[in-house]
Design a protein around this ligand. Structure first.
Ligand code: ARG
Length: 430
């Protein structure tokens, strides 16, 4: 870090202290750098609109910002420890290239402003991705629910055989779950879709900044009005975004559990294409479902990120450097969570049911609930019907088939009335 923009004469900069302050900031800022550049261009436009920059100055600033973005993408410009952070790196580069016009870019903004707008744009992108993935995953689940509607599956509670279920019901469950996850991501996107740029360090600035222009130029749905709230929302919005992501990774964790059990020799219900399994380095007989297990593990990272930010937010109003640590949390949480969700549509599309094993796992007792409900429908008070069915659970299956049990499961949403059209309508509205 050669040259600090804020450095004052006579103040010595201690390298160890600076290293601690920067932490891994400069590395993390790589993730947000292009968004910072994009927002810097919008800020420059706003400054030109209120007469702080001339048309020529704006043109050259925008040209150099575009060049910087190209260089960064191509690896010609590396954001590293020569800089304190991504924000100062942009200003330093513009100053180096354009002299005074470059120095003017920072008029009426602070680095707090920059980090807020850059991470806000980043969060919007990630939430849109979660919503799109939720939609994709729900699509696969809906299609398979339709195609495998009548395939009998053992239904479990407490990991004990409980009642006859179906692949249709299993898939419809995940379809509805991921539709909700997509809705939640989109709703959270709407919450965070507001422009914090132009709030300076959290107290506004003595200039009539054209915040309407930057709001529109950056594609935000609205302006985040209060500068104080802009700072208060840092972390709070990150938490909301991680919460939305966590809805999806939690559902993923439960699917992964089902698949871990179902692919075990003890259940043997599901076969995975070989690319989803890895061999053991010591036990030649094994194929391990490592992909599923690492997918299951990602919710831990999302939950950790949420907890980290929640603990960070124990702060008075206004900016505090503590907030810097929220960047690592969202980077880690979204990095892990999205990587796992990206693999899920193809995994779900490719898993195969082993029908003989599924059928063999449906035992007589799994019809006992059918027997009890039938007796109740015929007028026997349910508690008596229940006791009688319990006593004869071993023979409950006599004359019964999984198909018969499923055909009689007529309550709305259950096997004989899956209401896939209702789910389809919600999917289309996503
Ligand atoms: N790196 C800081 C952050 O992520 C932004 C820069 C503000 N630094 C400062 N000393 N005010 O929050």
């Amino acid at each position: 870090m050669s040259d600090l923009l804020w450095q004052k004469p006579g103040v010595t900069v201690d390298a160890g202290i600076q290293r601690f302050l920067a932490g891994d900031d400069v590395l993390l800022d790589r993730e947000f750098f292009l968004h910072d550049i994009q927002a810097s261009a919008a800020h420059a436009e706003g400054l030109q609109r209120i007469g702080i920059l001339s048309g020529d100055e704006l043109d050259s600033l925008k040209r150099e910002l575009a060049q910087l973005a190209d260089d960064f993408r191509a690896g010609g410009f590396v954001l590293d420890e020569r800089y304190e952070d991504g924000h100062s790196a942009i200003e330093a580069r513009l100053t180096e290239r354009l002299g005074d016009a470059g120095r003017k870019i920072h008029t009426g903004r602070s680095r707090n402003d920059q980090v807020l707008v850059a991470t806000r744009l980043w969060l919007k992108e990630k939430l849109a991705r979660v919503a799109r993935l939720g939609r994709e995953i729900a699509r696969v689940a809906l299609d398979r629910a339709r195609a495998e509607r009548d395939l009998p599956l053992p239904g479990y509670t407490h990991i004990q055989r409980a009642v006859v279920s179906s692949a249709g019901m299993w898939w419809a469950g995940w379809a509805e779950a991921f539709i909700d996850d997509a809705v939640r991501a989109a709703d959270t996107l709407k919450l965070v879709d507001c422009n914090p740029l132009g709030t300076a360090a959290g107290y506004g600035v003595n200039l009539g900044l054209d915040r309407e222009h930057t709001t529109q130029a950056l594609g935000f749905a609205r302006m985040q009005v209060s500068p104080i709230y802009a700072q208060l929302s840092r972390g709070k919005f990150e938490l909301a975004a991680l919460e939305a992501l966590g809805s999806a990774t939690l559902d993923l964790r439960r699917i992964a559990w089902d698949l871990s059990l179902f692919t075990s020799a003890e259940f043997g219900f599901v076969a995975l294409p070989s690319q989803y399994t890895t061999g053991s380095s010591i036990m030649p007989n094994k194929r391990n479902p490592d992909v599923i297990e690492l997918m299951r593990a990602t919710h831990a990272s999302v939950a950790a990120a949420r907890t980290e930010i929640e603990q960070l937010l124990s702060l008075p109003s206004g900016y505090h450097r503590d907030l810097q640590a929220s960047k690592g949390a969202i980077f880690h949480g979204f990095g892990r969570g999205l990587a796992a969700l990206e693999l899920l549509p193809a995994l779900l599309a490719n898993l195969e049911w082993r029908e003989a094993q599924l059928r063999a796992a449906i035992d007589s007792g799994m019809y006992a609930t059918d027997v009890a409900v039938e007796a109740a429908v015929a007028g026997v008070p349910f508690r008596e019907a229940y006791k009688a069915a319990a006593a004869s659970a071993d023979s409950a299956g006599q004359g019964r088939t999984p198909e018969g049990s499923l055909a009689a499961r007529v309550s709305p949403g259950a096997a004989a009335d899956l209401r896939l059209d209702e789910l389809q309508a919600r999917w289309e509205a996503l």
